[in-house]
Design a protein around this ligand. Sequence first.
Ligand code: GLN
Ligand code: ZN
Length: 767
Amino acid sequence: MTVKKTSVIGFPRIGKKRELKFACEKFFKGEIQESELQNVAAEIRQYGWKKQKEAGITFIPSNDFSFYDNMLDTAFLLNVVPERYSKLGLNPLETYFAAAHGYQGDKGDVKALPMKKWFNTNYHYIEPEIDDTTQFKLVGSKPVDDFLEAKAAGIQTVPTLIGAYTFLRLARYNGEKRAKDFVTDAVEAYVHVAERLAIAEAKWISFAEPALVLDVTNEERELFKFIYSSIVSQIHVKTGLKVALQTYFGDIRDVYQDVTKLGFDGIGIDFIEGQKSLDLLRTGFPNNAILFAGIVNGKNIWRANYAQKNILIDEIEKYVASDNLVISTSCSLLHVPYTTESEEKLSSEILSHFAYAEEKLVELADISSGDIDAAENNKKLFAKVRTDKNAVVQQQLSKLSSSDFERVPRRIERRAIQKSVFNLPLFPTTTIGSFPQTNDVRANRSAFRKGEISLEQYNDFNKKKIAECVELQDKMGFDVLVHGEYERNDMVEYFGSKMNGYVFTQYAWVQSYGTRCVKPPVVWGDISRTAPITVEWSVYAQSCTKKPVKGMLTGPVTILNWSFPREDISLKEQALQIALAIRDEVLDLEKNGIKIIQIDEAALREKLPLRKGSWHSDYLDWAIPAFRLVHAKVKPETQIHTHMCYSEFGDIVKDIDNMDADVITFEASRSDLKILDALNDAKFETQVGPGVYDIHSPRVPLINEMVEVLHKIVAQVPYENVWVNPDCGLKTRGEKETNASLENLIKAAQVLRAETLWYKRMRVHSL
Ligand code: GLN
Ligand code: ZN
């Protein structure tokens, strides 16, 4: 086997120790200047490029770095910046951050742009906003700057940009005009980028077009063809750059035939998540194009099985000349951590099964070179049995029957029972669970971890915080309280750490939104609960007040979706194992007097297959039952809440209702309450708390704004079904803005109550 070329789609960009996050935070607090922040960013970029170069990667990307998000970068590059941000009169970076976070200060008061899940990952992008006055044109220079920066460091890179199709497809259109009205200008702007890159002596330009793996309508397909027939020929004629089309997160069955005819010099295809990629390849591949074959999983942290990869390569080579085959990651390595070398606590045995971004570079090199020793070692690794089996769990799973998934009595009957138990006012107010994780909370946790304080001291402190938090909510006038979640810093890691079968890392941080990261635990073996997890905290919180305090759990689908899952058993089986463990916790909470239990499924939607045809068969058919399994056995009077971090479940409203929770809270304020129509149409039964303000921004919402949101809600949802709450947990916020926001929220609920009473009275009079 000859040595093959290798390619990487994107590299982590947060910094090995999350330097970018910390630098950004200092910058926002005014503790460092922009120049210092820029230096940190440059170091992070250089580090990635050097690592890739050292590993011998042939095609190294640039412009994959971002201070917040690549979609937002592209919007700023192409002049797609709503005027409300540009007219604040801030400097360019601050304007960028204003669009990302919102801005409230002496120059104005604007909300952030909406944030959306990035395909089927746990990453979120900023949704660009286009209105009828938007004028696409090249106004930035980031791709060129990044390319030149790498070049100055002696590294020739491939500038990568989110392509015009994906950008236009994911943008939101506020006016009458649609993608087709902007496409000509957009194409021109992209060609300008290529021209500038050519002057900078780039050889390639790569367009990331993950939106091609979604279902593509005929109209969208025409748009795609229009874009690239124009872009490719113009770039060829005007610049001589080679043009690559990079796709990932699935296969491109709807446009594959077009893609092969559009004259691309390189085509990137995902052979990990692309169920049909091989079949498509078998229909033919252009002779003169390079295939960037995504065969090393960019999303999971398990080592690649070289023998299997070689079989795949052999198959691919039946259709693509060996010289034209480049071995690549399946998607950007943004979705995996930096390196297992940082991990100090995991055994070398466990670590030997892991490959983070830097180890994946080595895998690419090993596979492409066919190194015999590496192959031999890899074979030995896969010959070992990795996971722990748990006979009890296996048996419990085999005994599950349909009654384990059916809560009785039906929701309507439960509702009447619960109404008399809780006697809540109209528009009950609550929060999503966490309260600000202030420095003292973090310090307490870190002192405990370092062994500086005892378990008792740690617990006492948390209890003090809980008591204060409960008192605060009580005073503010909340109806259903929470304990504040001081004992957890992450809603998945916390539960994982209390279950058998999970493995924890120290540094496996991956970006979730902006510079915020999550550290997904790893499903290593069969999952089971070792002991009660949250009972002590919830019981203590409940002892501080007469009002109901919600027990606060994370649901099985979210725990799984925010973990690195096993690859040796199905996701369904892993979800059911976790569901059984959480069910034990639900029943223990109930036994200990907790009357309302919230089971967060913040991530249920994000692993929804990208193509509609597989939503049920590949996912919902086991995900919804997994949730039902968790709460089906509780008493009728126990109220089950769930929470989701988004509202784009319009298409699966029925499935969400079918989770059979009593109340659901979700994000809505950022997405203009689009979901309400769907709820109305579906005659949604579950009581709803569409978040009345956006907690992702430090901005304090005005009472009137929230009243307006509530007006929109009651226009579509029966008012007696409406709860009033923020759109997500408050842990990332500061105390001051949180308290101000919550006080306003309570007042907004009071306004609605008064209005509703008045309205009811008016109706009576007019009868
Ligand atoms: N209960 C969690 C919290 O409030 C929910 C977090 C989330 O939805 N991401 O923090
Ligand atoms: Zn949330």
